[in-house]
Design a protein around this ligand. Structure first.
Ligand code: FES
Length: 83
């Protein structure tokens, strides 16, 4: 069983613990958020999120750990991000 050792602080202030390699969509769902989607192939940018200040396309990325085991996630511009 994978160790859930990465803490994510989401834009709605919820905190979840995930494992390296988990996908962004199901992890966001556990935090009560829905990442918008479009093409699901990495070309449209609808799923862009901000992870510790770096823009990531959620549909073509998986969660990667960092030294602090802490990721702060937000969406930079979509007002429909938070429910
Ligand atoms: S859904 Fe289009 S880039 Fe991710």
């Amino acid at each position: 069983m994978k160790e859930r050792n990465i803490k994510i602080i989401w834009s709605n202030s919820n905190e979840t613990f995930v494992s390296e390699g988990d996908d962004w969509f199901s992890s966001a769902e556990k935090a009560g958020l829905e990442i918008p989607t479009g093409c699901l192939t990495g070309s449209c940018g609808a799923c862009e999120i901000d992870v510790n200040g770096v823009t990531v396309r959620a549909c073509i990325s998986e969660i990667k750990n960092n030294k602090e085991c802490l990721l702060r996630v937000s969406l930079t511009s979509d007002p429909f991000w938070e429910k």
